[in-house]
Design a protein around this ligand. Structure first.
Ligand code: SF4
Ligand code: SF4
Length: 110
């Protein structure tokens, strides 16, 4: 059975630069209109009395993520380029353990 993949985004550290999305498009040589990871603007929220906005990458082709991990020996191109080290891609159980140790949340899994 294929291993379950998790993508963890530490929202406290992601600066919304979209480099991960571009790295994914570049890795798979996708046209600009197509991507396996998209950065989107989350809805505004009130945190400690202040309005806050956040950007977050969303990976929705985890079969492609599994392919990246296998080909690149565990180094996902999107996570490798992240200047904030806010993005992690790996086996679901590993990502769950990491989520317990960080301020982030598990964004997506299968
Ligand atoms: S996860 Fe990293 S590379 Fe992606 S938008 Fe956030 S800071 Fe940029
Ligand atoms: S792991 Fe690969 S397919 Fe998944 S979002 Fe990152 S670069 Fe794209």
């Amino acid at each position: 059975m294929a291993k379950k993949i998790g993508v963890l985004v530490e929202l406290d550290y992601c600066v919304g630069c979209s480099a991960c999305q571009l790295a994914c498009q570049d890795y798979y040589q996708l046209p600009v209109t197509e991507t396996y990871m998209r950065c989107f603007l989350g809805k505004p929220d009130v945190v400690d009395g202040r309005h806050e906005m956040f950007m977050s990458p969303y990976a929705y082709r985890l079969d492609k993520c599994a392919n990246c991990l296998e080909k690149e020996e565990g180094n996902a191109p999107c996570a490798a380029i992240c200047i904030s080290k806010a993005l992690h891609v790996g086996e679901l159980e590993e990502m769950k353990q990491l989520a317990d140790q960080t301020d982030g949340h598990l964004a997506l899994y299968r």
